[in-house]
Write a new protein. Structure first.
Lengths: 322, 330, 454
């Protein structure tokens, strides 16, 4: 394979981090330790990891309500992330953001927006700022198939393409806008074709294949940094969990068990693991070692979050300027 | 000693933006028709020609993109001044304003600053009708995380604009479009007018009138009349709604015990309602008369000049009536 | 390691769920992610996944039971691991019954209308706002009303009673009528009052110097000791008593009544009447009847002063002073002269009972035209009473006691009660009062005659 082994194993590790982090969230949400809502990324790990593998800490991303994966892939530390989900003072946002609003500005994570489609204009703004300051950076705007129908997304794409700002629109098409299947919320199959309306490239990739995503985004980053403007990359993917924890039977009100099982066979982590072993890039033992290490670190993050203090009530007024 | 000369409110805005663009390369303007056209109200007149399209950017008619571009670029180090042509258009990008710009600093635990100025215009009187003339400034007071500036004089609009640009948080800067031709003394060069410091425009001992934007001048006309009748009116211009100078308002009220708020916003949830609430909470023992609001009625801005000027816009006569009613308790 | 299976948090609104079915049975091997059981919550059935791999060692909540979310419903252990001790004795707890708290209805009362600024000043100076009449819209008390009240140091607002001559004089001399204290009827300002006000400036209470050689006592706010705020009943009593005492010049009359026959009469009938009529007749009932009959003979005693007129009441309604824990109220028996003793007894019993339950109507408390106040249950020989305005007469009753008296030249022991009468001397002369009292005495001393025929 043409990629360095270290990078491939890093990709696997990141995907596992997301997976095990969120499985812990599943368990802790059920046990009432995670207040609010938890929208999980399980199944979609290849998108965030494949995309962010192209970025450095200096580059930016905007994220969504389903943002844990983006944050981990972009270098977010598991401990303050878990603490944030638990509403603790030691969380990335001091317990004020929660699951839907994690930001880690030192890692270039501008923040996760709970409003569908809100990230687009802000990502474009960040890219405009990069362009105006002649910085060698890009912005990735993660959004979903649901957000592809929001006006703000289209305003953002038009603006970005017009001013050729270094932004990449990564659409995670997981086939459902909450509970509404794609064919019931838009007349098109490939969201990528909308790029044509803004005179930018539109690419469809297999969102379950971390390397496919990596390649597509790599090309887009090159294009953005050379001043040619944005790219729309549509990643076909699937969430294995419900819309959020508590969505009954993992969403069986609007999708079938067979469909879920079919997609699970294409699990990005399972497939990538097999590929690495099959192509003799890594031994199973080596991979098991990585997996155990990830599990241990997730457990450490959990303990850290559990043991962290809650904010004091009066700290609700911190970081308020008006 | 700074030299003073008479400028219109509009000229003061242009001059402030000009100086801001000159002083700081991180400042840029973005908005609808602000470049070649010079702004719908000519408040960016000549700036594109002077600073180029990169720094005075005409934008698509995309309010969410304008505001988002402002937020994002501010986060990564720029000092954007974006313009939403009319305050009536802000609901189009309400999400970007009240959910994102206002909340990001807080909900992300203070990790980033958003030094963004959002200029917009309000006010009826030119037949703007329902979508181009409302005065909805008070509505934004409801959202923590937005500073709100409502300049009342050419002097203040310039000084407050500099303060807004210096601020590292989102500022909603509202210009009363009916004041653009108002003339007044304006110092040359750079100076700031602080946020959260009200101006007492007229002193008096009998009634406190808190008036905003153009209504300040209507209140002053009546205050001068009343002086001849022996009724002392204290006219206060809050200058900024957020932060609000409660201290000056309460101090004056404790002196007079009578309060009238004159504000062009619609009647329900008016800025005056908040002033009345502050008094009820913090100075109830000083109330000597009903607290009255002179506001636009609770209807959308009507189009016909008769409806707009005679009925909708609060006027001197309304202020006089309120004064007489309050003086029944004197 | 044992892992607890909980009824999971199922979204934002679910608070409890019913376990419909255990898909896995106790002792079965389970894998993480496999469905363990079905729960129904908010009409939706959800399969709950196993949080761990191992043996479903113990099911704690059986099918069909509803439990709150986060309840531990089962335990999963490693294959060889025994069930930890703490789960062995676990029992299902009945869900707690939530009782609706009783809501108390607060009665609405309308207070005095006054501006907040006026209230503040009145409070600071300890002024009762009910003494001030508001000059603002709708009678609202304005700040200036309180200020002028303080300045004048007297009651403003209320309509000033003044004679025409006095008014003219005051106007001519430029003296504010509200600054003059009237000495006429009901405080009416007379010409003399105005003249006096013209000559004498109002003395200031603070300006009086202490006599030489006397060290003034240090004035401390603690000197007052306990301060008791008057309740509304006390305020009314205070106001009315002062008004009565300083308006109506009282005169007092007393005589002794030989109660022997009346008491004997009562003793003879009281038990049988109670059996037949269901009410126990008291001495007071006889007195009420007797007083009512006497008032019929002396209508002037059943009257009130109104300006320069005397209004004779049409009805004879006898008020009975009833002592309460924190004051006194005077419910009245209407048209007592026309009622039989039994009717009076029933009325009296009912009014007294309801007085103690605070269930009297205002009408019952205000209709009295003459009052009887009895302290017979105390060791009080006689006492004087202040008229209950606007009434002009009040009868006081001391205790009945055995005394030696002379009857037919012999000293005998008789049960004697001393009765007193206070009247408004403006309209009731001494002779009239004396005749009234004498007539009453006669009635009480000849009870068969008095009560048999009427």
């Amino acid at each position: 394979m043409k990629y360095p082994k270290s990078m491939l194993l890093e990709m696997l590790k990141k995907m596992m981090e997301i997976r095990y982090f969120e499985e812990k969230v599943v368990d802790q949400y059920a046990r009432g330790a995670v207040p609010g809502l938890a929208h999980l990324y399980i199944g979609e790990e290849a998108v965030a990891v494949g995309a962010c593998m192209n970025l450095t800490d200096e580059d930016y991303i905007t994220s969504t309500h389903r943002g844990h994966g983006h944050c981990i892939a972009k270098g977010g530390d598991l401990k303050p992330m878990m603490a944030e989900l638990f509403g603790k003072r030691t969380g990335y946002c001091k317990g004020k953001g929660g699951s839907m609003h994690i930001a880690a500005f030192d890692k270039g994570i501008i923040g996760a927006m709970g409003i569908v489609g809100s990230g687009g204009p802000i990502a474009v703004g960040a890219a405009l700022g990069i362009k105006k300051q002649n910085l060698d950076r890009v912005v990735i705007c993660f959004f979903g198939d649901g957000a592809s129908n929001e006006g703000a997304t289209h305003e953002a794409m038009n603006f970005a393409s017009l001013h050729k700002v270094p932004v990449i629109f990564v659409c995670e098409n997981n086939l459902y806008g909450i509970s509404v299947a794609q064919h019931r919320h838009q007349a098109i199959k490939d969201i990528a074709i909308r790029a044509a309306g803004y005179a930018m490239p539109g690419v469809v990739v297999d969102g379950m294949d971390v390397l496919a995503v990596y390649e597509a985004v790599k090309e887009a980053v090159k294009r953005a940094k050379s001043g040619k403007g944005p790219t729309l990359i549509e990643c076909k993917t699937y969430r294995f969990r419900g819309h959020h924890e508590g969505d009954p039977n993992l969403g069986l009100r609007y999708r079938t068990k067979d469909e879920i099982e079919e997609w699970k066979k294409r699990c990005p982590i399972l497939c990538f693991k097999e590929k690495l072993i099959k192509e003799k890039i890594a031994k199973k033992k080596e991979i098991d070692q990585i997996e155990e290490d990830v599990k241990r670190r997730v457990e450490e993050a959990f303990v850290y979050a559990m043991q962290s203090p809650f904010p004091k009530p009066e700290q609700a007024l911190e970081d308020l300027f008006a | 000693m700074t030299k003073m000369r008479e400028l219109t409110f509009r000229e003061a805005v242009v001059e402030a933006l000009d100086i801001a663009l000159e002083r700081d390369p991180k400042v840029f303007l973005l908005g609808e028709d602000i470049g070649y056209y010079g702004g719908l109200f000519q408040a960016t007149q000549g700036l594109m020609q002077k600073y180029g399209e990169d720094r005075v950017m005409d934008s698509p008619i995309s309010e969410s993109a304008i505001l988002g571009a402002g937020i994002g670029s501010a986060i990564v180090g720029m000092h954007p001044i974006v313009e939403i042509m009319n305050i009536d258009f802000l609901p189009v990008c309400m999400d970007q304003l009240v959910n994102q710009a206002a909340k990001m600093h807080y909900m992300f635990g203070g990790q980033m600053k958003i030094p963004l100025v959002i200029r917009t215009t309000c006010g009826a009187g030119r037949g703007g009708a329902a979508h181009h003339a409302q005065a909805t400034h008070a509505a934004f007071m409801h959202f923590p995380g937005i500073k709100i500036v409502i300049p009342g004089t050419p002097h203040d609009v310039k000084g407050l604009l500099f303060t807004a640009i210096e601020d590292e948080n989102p500022v909603l800067f509202i210009e009363d479009k009916m004041m653009y031709n108002l003339k007044g003394e304006v110092p040359e060069g750079y100076y700031t007018v602080p946020f959260g410091k009200a101006a007492i425009r007229h002193e008096g001992k009998d009634i406190t009138i808190v008036a905003t934007m153009r209504m300040i001048h209507k209140a002053l006309t009546v205050a001068n009349e009343m002086e001849k009748e022996g009724i002392g009116i204290e006219v206060i211009d809050p200058r900024t709604l957020c932060p609000l100078d409660k201290e000056t308002i309460l101090h004056s009220f404790k002196k007079t015990g009578k309060m009238i708020i004159v504000d062009e916003g619609n009647r329900v949830g008016n800025f005056g309602s908040e002033v009345a609430s502050i008094i009820a909470e913090e100075a109830v023992e000083y109330i000597q008369a009903p607290i009255l609001k002179v506001t636009a009625p609770h209807v959308p801005v009507p189009y016909s000049p008769i409806l707009e000027k005679e009925f909708y816009i609060p006027n001197e006569d309304g202020i006089r009536k309120a004064i007489h009613k309050v003086m029944e308790y004197a | 390691m044992a892992v607890e299976v909980v009824l999971p948090a199922l979204g934002l609104t679910v608070e409890k769920g019913t376990i419909l079915k255990w898909i896995k049975k106790e002792g079965e091997v389970v894998k993480k992610g496999e469905s363990l059981y079905e729960v129904e919550a908010d009409k939706v059935t959800t399969e709950v996944e196993s949080p761990a791999s191992g043996i479903l060692k113990k099911i704690l909540i059986p099918e069909g039971i509803e439990v709150p979310i986060l309840t531990v419903v089962a335990v999963i252990t490693d294959p060889a691991e025994p069930l930890p001790e703490k789960y062995r004795s676990m029992e299902i707890l009945a869900p707690p019954q939530i009782q609706e708290p009783l809501r108390e209805v607060t009665p609405v009362s309308f207070e005095i209308k006054a501006l907040p600024a006026a209230r503040r000043l009145a409070k600071e100076r300890g002024i009762d706002l009910s003494l001030i009449k508001g000059s603002g819209p709708g009678g609202t008390i304005l700040l200036k009303d309180v200020e002028s009240f303080i300045l004048r140091g007297v009651q403003t607002g209320q309509k000033v009673l003044v004679t025409p001559t006095a008014r003219k004089l005051a106007e001519r001399e430029g003296i504010s009528l509200s600054s003059i204290k009237g000495t006429g009827i009901s405080g009416r300002i007379m010409k003399a009052d105005v003249m006096e006000a013209k000559v004498l400036p109002m003395p200031s209470p603070e300006s009086k110097p202490a006599p030489a050689g006397i060290k003034p006592l240090p004035v401390s706010k603690y000197q007052l000791g306990q301060v008791i705020r008057m309740n509304s009943m006390r305020k009314v009593i205070a106001k009315r008593m002062a008004q009565s005492k300083f308006t109506a010049p009282h005169i007092y009359f007393f005589n002794d009544v030989d109660m022997e026959k009346l008491l004997t009469l009562r003793e003879e009938i009281v038990d049988e009447w109670e059996r037949d009529e269901g009410v126990r007749i008291s001495i007071n009932d006889f007195l009420i009847k007797a007083v009512a009959l006497t008032l019929r003979e002396y209508p002037i005693v059943n009257s009130m002063v109104s300006g320069e007129e005397i209004h004779i009441f049409q009805e004879i309604n006898i008020g009975l002073a009833v002592a309460m824990e924190d004051g006194l109220i005077v419910p009245a028996i209407p048209k007592a002269d026309q009622l039989t003793l039994i009717e009076i007894a029933r009325y009296r019993a009912d009014l007294v009972e309801r007085a103690h339950q605070a269930k009297l109507t205002i009408e019952e408390m205000e209709r009295g035209t003459f009052t009887i106040s009895s302290l017979a249950q105390y060791d009080i020989t006689f006492f004087t009473a202040i008229l209950n305005p606007p009434q002009s007469g009040i009868l006081t009753l001391g205790k009945v006691e055995e005394r030696p008296v002379v009857r037919d030249g012999q000293v005998v022991i008789r049960r004697i009660m001393r009765e007193g009468l206070s009247v408004d001397h403006r309209i009731i002369d001494g002779a009239v009062a004396a005749q009234f009292l004498q007539s009453l005495k006669k009635k009480l001393e000849k009870p068969y005659y008095t009560f048999m025929i009427r």
